[in-house]
Design a protein around this ligand. Sequence first.
Ligand SMILES: [Zn+2]
Length: 185
Amino acid sequence: MGGGGSGTSNPSCTADCNPGDIPPPPPPAIPPAQVPAFQKVLCGAEKYGSFPKRYPTNFLNIFQFGKDLPNGGMTYAWSYASNVPPVGYHVTYATPINPNPMFPNAGSTLSASGVQPFNGSVTYIPPGTTAQTTQNRNYNAMEHAVMTAGHEFAHQSGVHSERTAEGFGVAAADAYKADHGAKCP
Ligand SMILES: [Zn+2]
């Protein structure tokens, strides 16, 4: 898209301008070649997780950050250039579409950090238990994306708790990794 600048009436328009004076789109946060194939991500979360996709689920190639609000809500910030959150914010792997205080989510948008390789500690409640645990995981980009989607699918099916949704995401990613995603060729 874009380029040229011909036909614009904007005197400051350079060769990077679109003809309609619309600024060119920013570069994606993650190089497209490093983004896991999204249909495979959805397949992995459904086949290896506990819940189906119930609402629209898409991917936005932007780093997103959230800040918890006193009323229980969340406010967001974005970057195309850095996956390091601004002060007071934390990295978010996905955001609800049409956020609503009533679950289930009306849909989910996975963001760039949610589909990147992950190597670190995760705090979650394993499915079928009530005890929170913190454990290390090392996921490649696809496995982490399956975790993120599995977490969102739990929300879409009415799982309210973040830690419980995380547990479903981790379980999906662990199962996907153990099987090398064989059910999603
Ligand atoms: Zn969540």
